[in-house]
Ligand binder design. Sequence first.
Ligand SMILES: [Zn+2]
Length: 321
Amino acid sequence: MTKQSKTSSMHIKRKLIIHPEELTGAFVDRLVSLGTDTVGIHPTGGEGAKDSLSRLVDLFENAEFRETLDYAARSGLKIEYELHAGGYLMPRELFDIHPEYFRMNEDGERVADFNFCVSNDEALELVADRAALLTERLYRSEPRYHLWLDDKKDAQCLCEKCRKLTPSDKQLIVMNKAVKKIRKRQPTAALSYLAYFECINPPSMIQPEDGIFLEYAPFEKYTAKGEGADALIENERKMLGKLIDCFGKEESEILEYWYDNSLLSDWKYPPRKFTPNGAKISSEIAEYEALSPYCISSFACFLGKDYEALYGEADLSDFAK
Ligand SMILES: [Zn+2]
């Protein structure tokens, strides 16, 4: 590596992302010793994401949790929150009076299970207002937000208007509206577009507003199985360049699963023993660094104190700067 490329790669931020209950002073110390810039707090995704986000918001009232975040900040770590927020931002209890706010499923019925209708202006307005309020509640957060839609494939609105849009366009419509609301009170705020699942293809009809940045999460690489898996993984790999063309690289973020022991443990306790593939992680970090994104991050869930009680400290050394 030349001196110049080494210097520029040092500017690329590193972030590890853990569950809120895994944040301890000892884990903060480990992140600092690795040279990590940022800790990401991620309430559990999946179908219960709305409830786990509500629990996180409640945790901000907990003095001990706030003190651990204070300690992280005093130790020099930035704090961000990575949230599946679709179901939280559109309150399900509105379904009785405003079913038109909710998604239409493939049977042509409005349902209040996941996400919402992005072609309904009132629904979008409400979601964007709630997104702006939520960002102000995220304790000590950097003005760099990750308010993702629900963690579910094929949970889009298929109403007459929405079905003309790709999943990526639908997501970007929501994020564009939300970032404009957020920026009214936080002019430098940024909000991610999560390239993941069916949103791995760049949006085609909608352009990102100022403040939207790319967050690229190659999940298929770890989870695609059976017939068609290779094609999905290859498409996901190829899309990174096209996504950077669409969103720009200056603020782009890579969200990897190198240390995601929750994935390896099938998102069920107890955590399984985790052995990172150091050579693969190092070579992939180098490939990403060559693209000069803003940040290279990885989930590191299920490696906190419960894990350590069973197996001792997991080896995170290949993520060190
Ligand atoms: Zn719709």
